[in-house]
Design a protein around this ligand. Structure first.
Ligand SMILES: *Cc1c(COP(=O)(O)O)cnc(C)c1O
Length: 448
């Protein structure tokens, strides 16, 4: 092992001697030089930062507790007036005609696919760089997810690789605005129109994000949100579907309520008009969301401002490539601040060691999503009894063959990012993040 390591290291040094050292000598001097100096914490030195960052979730002891307690005291805990109030306010906030609250982002997505009649025999285009639920819901609906490679600069699905995956069975596109950074909706919607496909937006990380001034979630046929504990608008677990078509939204309502008809008869027994499930939000969840909603705009502004500042500080560090936003993005929500780590600029220091060094300096940093198209659940599902009964061998094989996403594979080895809660801090918090990265860069020789 030692011998191979050494050979590889020598190779990296040799490979990086020319152009890379030229880049290194041209780095502008900035930030806190004294903080960046000194021994790395991971090697026993003093951590650059010992203060904690903003924790999550955040709540207001008086106002939020009162809202939840008033639900408790009313004795009406199942879906009623408070949920309806949340739906009206969330629809208004999003600029959508209607909103249906659900138990989770996952059930919001399942409801959307069900009412748009997406299921057995259909193919749905989706990117592999996402949370597992975006792909699981397609398979749970009986449809085949067809993977479209990722644009590594933006971390979003690459619309230029989408059309080549369309067949006569393609029924919908499920664009995910991953990390709350909007996908390229001009191109995606143009492809959808040209090929007569439906668009279900997974906006589960994109509260208040905007494409050309319109909110994510209102750009396709239906938009889905999550209010799980880590999300920017949260009540522990929760979700919503938003849309502008009354008839489709009535169907969503019906589907999420055992298939009862929408409207006055929604709570009467009998007269079920469709096969449905139950994923109704409780009054407690809605009360918490109404309380949380008051802070969302301000927090979104803070995250946006800090993200922009952080980009300006780290973009010139060799080997650190911040995400790019598409030209049509008028606002990003930043569920995570993603960047790519190019080990070759750090003398080949593996990403895991870079992240460990960063954490030792007091800066929490994650490594993003793994390649879901290679995750065991995918093959396990294609190989399941259900799928073998629903699809021919040829179609299952085509799904497997369509599944290669080389740009995404690469991205999954380079991605890193800071949680949204770090972006809720101060400018000095961002300085600490940048200084810590720089400290590691300057000491890279001592780590490899
Ligand atoms: C969180 C999330 C979901 C699922 O939402 P839940 O509320 O956890 O069910 C789906 N897609 C994406 C992109 C998410 O981040």
């Amino acid at each position: 092992m030692g011998k191979n390591d050494l050979t590889r290291r020598q190779f990296m040094v040799a490979a990086s001697a020319g152009p890379l050292s030229a880049v290194a000598s041209s780095i502008p001097a900035y930030g806190n030089v004294s903080k960046r100096a000194g021994k790395l914490a991971v090697l026993g030195g003093k951590p650059l930062r010992t203060n904690t960052f903003q924790s999550w979730p955040i709540w207001d002891k008086n106002a939020d507790e009162e809202r939840v307690l008033s639900v408790l005291r009313s004795g009406v805990w199942s879906r009623a007036k408070v949920v309806a109030e949340f739906e009206a306010k969330y629809a208004e906030l999003m600029g959508a005609k209607r909103c249906l609250a659900t138990t989770h982002g996952t059930t919001a997505l399942l409801t959307s696919l069900a009412v748009l009649d997406i299921g057995v025999g259909d193919e749905v285009l989706v990117g592999p760089y996402t949370f597992v639920a975006s792909i699981a819901v397609i398979m749970l609906s009986g449809a085949l997810p067809i993977m479209v490679d990722t644009d590594p600069e933006t971390f979003q699905v690459n619309p230029d690789k989408m059309e080549e995956k369309i067949t006569e069975n393609t029924k919908a596109i499920l664009p995910v605005h991953i990390y709350g950074l909007p996908a390229n909706m001009d191109k995606i919607n143009a492809i959808a129109r040209k090929h007569n496909l439906m668009v279900v937006e997974d906006a589960c990380q994109a509260w208040l994000a905007e494409w050309r001034g319109k909110k994510c979630g209102t750009l396709g046929d239906l938009g889905c949100f999550s209010f799980q504990n880590s999300k920017h608008l949260t009540c522990g677990e929760g979700g919503a579907v938003i849309g502008n078509d009354d008839e489709v939204m009535n169907r969503c309502h019906s589907y999420h309520n055992f298939g009862r008809p929408y409207g006055e008869k929604a709570l009467t027994l009998g007269g079920y008009v469709r096969l449905g499930t139950k994923c109704r939000m409780t009054e407690f969840q809605a009360a918490m969301l109404l309380a949380q909603m008051k802070r969302l705009e301000e927090q979104t502004k803070t995250r946006g401002r800090n993200a922009e500042y952080l980009t300006s500080k780290i973009k010139d560090i060799p080997g650190i490539v911040p995400h790019r936003l598409y030209e049509g993005v008028t606002r990003a929500a930043y569920h995570l601040y993603p960047f790519r780590y190019k080990a070759e600029y750090f003398n080949g220091l593996p990403r895991a060691k870079f992240l460990a060094a960063l954490r030792a300096e007091g800066i929490p940093c994650g490594d993003g999503y793994g390649p879901l198209n290679r995750d065991p659940f995918f093959e396990q599902t294609l190989n399941s009894r259900n799928f073998r009964q629903m699809y021919s061998k040829e179609r299952l094989n085509r799904c497997r063959e369509q599944n290669h996403c080389p740009d995404n594979d690469r991205l999954c080895t380079e991605a890193a990012g800071f949680s949204q809660r770090l972006l809720l801090g101060t400018k000095k918090d961002m300085d600490d993040i940048a200084d810590a990265i720089f400290k590691i860069y300057e000491n890279r020789d001592k780590l490899v």
